[in-house]
Ligand binder design. Structure first.
Ligand SMILES: [Zn+2]
Length: 165
């Protein structure tokens, strides 16, 4: 059902990494109900590594998780998100090497650059939720951090309802 997305991912990978070999990548596309918008999953042993636009090694078995929200995006926005994830084939983190290649290729540094989205940690006050912290990105590591903060709040303020939205 999502073969066309997998095919598009591989096409973008060829454009971004000059030595990308389609046959080296087993890509599974997995839809998700919630954020993050798009994220790449591979085993901890797989070591993505690259120099510039040259892949030194990349994970063979990769899962591409897509939120329902991202699938409603128009083509240019969707493509930007996809290209960002392609970069993670060679660069697991948003370090300087990731950022310099992203800039060179015109790829957004975070999902929020594309969608203007954010993650909010909220606590219940009376009948409604009030935002106590906003993260200006919806990338996985940011959502993880927001969840950790929410857990911390829930632990230190017993009886308070905390949510991440
Ligand atoms: Zn990223």
């Amino acid at each position: 059902m999502y073969e066309h997305i997998a095919a598009q991912f591989k096409k973008e990978a060829k454009e971004i990494f000059r030595n990308f070999e389609e046959s080296n990548l087993e890509l599974e596309v997995i839809p998700r109900k919630q954020k993050p918008l798009m994220t790449l999953g591979y085993s901890a042993q797989a070591r993505p590594r690259a120099i510039g636009d040259m892949l030194l090694c990349h994970p063979r078995k990769v899962k591409l998780y897509l939120s329902q929200e991202s699938m409603r995006y128009d083509e240019p926005k969707f493509k930007s998100l996809l290209r960002h994830e392609v970069l993670h084939l060679g660069y697991p983190r948003h370090d300087w090497a990731f950022r310099s290649l992203a800039q060179e290729k015109g790829i957004p540094l975070t999902g929020s650059t594309v969608e203007g989205g954010s993650v909010k940690v909220q606590i219940k006050q009376g009948a409604r939720y009030v935002t106590v912290k906003t993260y200006e990105s919806t990338e996985k590591w940011v959502v993880d951090r927001a969840n950790e903060y929410a857990k911390h709040l829930a632990r230190t303020n017993r009886g308070t309802k905390v949510r991440v939205s």
